[in-house]
Design a protein around this ligand. Structure first.
Ligand SMILES: *[C@@H]1O[C@H](CO)[C@@H](O)[C@H](O)[C@H]1NC(C)=O
Ligand SMILES: *[C@@H]1O[C@H](CO)[C@@H](O)[C@H](O)[C@H]1NC(C)=O
Ligand SMILES: *[C@@H]1O[C@H](CO)[C@@H](O)[C@H](O)[C@H]1NC(C)=O
Ligand SMILES: [Ca+2]
Ligand SMILES: [Ca+2]
Ligand SMILES: [Ca+2]
Length: 575
């Protein structure tokens, strides 16, 4: 694992990659001089402990936790030593309940997109009077040029922070190549001011817009957690257009602090209605990446956004997977239009592209819906999106109608967002009942698969019908946690068929994934069974394709497949 600063590399089509490799915390890994501690007793106790051991208390990680960010200048930065001394001292302090080291997590940020508002019925929502008023959207990215003439009017300092610089001002760092233009471009899509004859009109042009500067430096688990939990009672919607490397061979997701930030956000953010996390589905199409291997976009807590070209064709960068919820327009081929938005140095660009432009567009449309109904919960928002997104002219070979009547595809989720339909639905929406989580563990079984054979397992699910607190009447998300050992991970593909017969592809072959690490309790997620029943037979099929690469190297061996805790966290239930 590389612990250092995310390395960036430009590549074709204004795509920006933040390379590196991330992993779960604390084992024989590389350490930084930043630490997270769980400390009972409040900020004063944290200050005392910091002082006692020569650390600097950089503050609470988010407002809702008892986690604190400690910094120690003497820890050898990016050393492979774990600086055990401080570690064990602090562990013995009675108020410290937990101690985590913080390896760097690599991210990449996808770049750029366009302005194809036509079919998403944005004007229809505006005509009904919704422009994002009183809704707060924050872009988690490389900063925001908040004195841009098209942004200053709606800029919200309270919704902003600079995690990289540890100050209140998220102004981007300027350099000759303008590498930190990305957050500013995303912000304009959401909330560029109307009626000022500057660049553009944002989709939610009366929303307040903030920026958290967090991609311009080491993107550690803690940096992510601080960003995701910044001002959760003030910010309604967080938009993130970044994630693990899109190289088609990485499997990576949020580590413990970020995971906790998501959970705290959906439980306590927005006064208990839940923070809305909007996430780009990835730009790894050309590397045959599959978004199920990105634990951020694959999470049930994030609304995963795909892109379509204005023609309705599949863009070259698109990643398929079953966790995608919905789609907005973005760039396609060279002759397609790109997204027009605000740019660094008070400028305007007509060449914002890729999946990154799609997430802020979705965030802005959700802002319109939240204005129409501010008490929508994080799950209400997902329900409304499922209900109102439309297949329309979007071209995909795999459109299917699930048993609840929704059309869904691995390219586009439930289709293109429709802002007018969303605000209309939001106006009359009644909150969905509490989420039920039904966990059904398959008996631990070890099964071996032979190459070029399918292992087929049938799991009988009850939907937890005898337990009123867990009973799932209609499905929302289905999560399957799987452990597989295998000599070449990219040769595996996995399908899940619901009792109603809806087939989700949880994993496709990945050409470049030569890893022998397999999957360890990886959570695959599908939205495709939304609204279906949970009880009945679930069929999991795993296929080992024996790529040429592998057959040349290791002729005729078998892959062991451990099919551990296999199952569905089905969640609730509509009305
Ligand atoms: C712009 O201003 C005009 C005149 O004041 C007003 O009628 C119009 O609704 C405004 N447009 C927007 C998008 O706010
Ligand atoms: C789903 O697709 C079918 C076939 O194209 C279409 O007839 C039907 O109206 C669609 N259903 C919804 C809910 O959009
Ligand atoms: C999964 O389903 C797809 C589409 O129906 C099919 O092409 C593929 O062979 C299936 N893979 C497995 C592992 O069953
Ligand atoms: Ca700053
Ligand atoms: Ca403008
Ligand atoms: Ca990806």
């Amino acid at each position: 694992m590389v612990c250092g600063a995310a390395v960036r590399r430009g590549s074709l089509f204004v795509l920006v990659l933040y390379l590196g490799f991330g992993s779960t915390p604390c084992t024989a890994r590389v350490y930084t001089n930043h630490w997270a501690l769980r400390i009972a007793g409040g900020p004063d106790a944290a200050d005392r402990i910091a002082e006692k051991y020569g650390y600097r208390n950089m503050g609470q990680i988010g407002d809702l936790t008892d986690l604190y960010h400690f910094f120690h200048s003497r820890t050898i930065k990016r050393s492979t030593l774990s600086s055990r001394g401080h570690h064990s001292f602090i562990s013995m302090e009675p108020k410290c309940l937990m101690f985590l080291c913080l390896p760097s997590v690599s991210q990449h940020c996808n770049d750029d997109v366009h302005n194809c508002q036509s079919d998403m019925n944005i004007m229809g929502a505006w005509k009904r009077g919704y422009t994002g008023k009183d809704v707060v959207v924050t872009i988690l990215d490389d900063g925001i040029e908040h004195n841009h003439p098209d942004l200053l009017h709606n800029y919200d300092p309270q919704a902003s922070f600079d995690v990289n610089g540890n100050d209140m001002d998220p102004m981007p760092r300027y350099d000759a190549s303008n590498e930190n233009k990305h957050g500013t471009r995303c912000a304009g899509e959401v909330a560029a001011a109307a009626n000022n004859s500057h660049c553009v009109v944002g989709i939610a042009y009366n929303a307040r817009i903030g920026g958290v500067r967090m991609l311009d430096g080491d993107v550690t688990d803690m940096v992510e957690a601080k960003s995701l939990s910044h001002q959760p009672q003030h910010i309604d919607i967080y938009s993130a257009s970044w994630g693990p490397d899109d190289d088609g061979k990485t499997v990576d997701g949020p580590a413990s602090l970020a995971r906790q930030a998501f959970e705290n956000g959906i439980r306590m953010g927005r006064k208990g209605r839940g923070s809305i996390f909007v996430w780009a589905s990835g730009n790894g199409g050309r590397s045959r990446d599959h978004c199920s291997c990105d634990g951020y976009t694959n999470s049930i807590y994030t609304i995963s956004i795909s892109s379509t070209a204005e023609s309705g064709r599949k863009p070259w960068y698109l990643e398929e997977c079953s966790s995608t919820l919905t789609t907005t327009y973005s760039s396609g081929e060279n002759y397609d239009r790109k997204i027009i938005t605000t740019d660094l140095r008070h400028r305007c660009t007509d060449s914002h592209t890729g999946t990154s432009a799609s997430a802020p567009m979705a965030a802005a449309i959700i802002a319109l819906a939240l204005e129409a109904n501010p008490v929508l919960t994080w799950r209400d928002v997902q329900h409304i999106i499922v209900k109102t997104s439309r297949a329309g002219h979007l071209n995909a070979p795999d459109w299917k109608t699930n048993a609840a009547g929704y059309n869904v595809s691995h390219l586009y989720g439930f289709g293109l967002m429709d802002a007018e339909a969303m605000v209309k639905e939001a106006e009359r929406w009644k909150q969905v009942p509490a989420q039920h989580i039904c966990v059904e563990s398959a008996d631990r079984q070890i099964r071996t698969i032979r190459s070029e054979h399918v292992v087929r397992s049938v799991y009988k699910a009850t939907g937890c019908t005898d337990n009123p607190n867990h009973r799932v009447i209609y499905l929302e998300h289905v999560v399957v946690r799987i452990t597989i050992t295998h000599p070449r991970r990219g040769d595996l593909s996995i399908n899940l068929t619901s009792p109603s017969g809806t087939k989700s592809q949880l994993l496709a072959n990945r050409l470049f994934d030569h890893s022998s690490e397999g999957f360890k309790n990886w959570e695959f997620m599908t939205t495709h069974c939304w609204g279906e029943k949970a009880a009945g037979d679930w069929v999991l099929e795993i296929y080992d394709s024996l790529s040429q690469l592998r057959s040349q190297k290791v002729p005729g061996r078998r892959a062991a497949l451990t099919n551990l805790l296999n199952q569905k966290n089905h969640k609730i239930k509509l009305l």
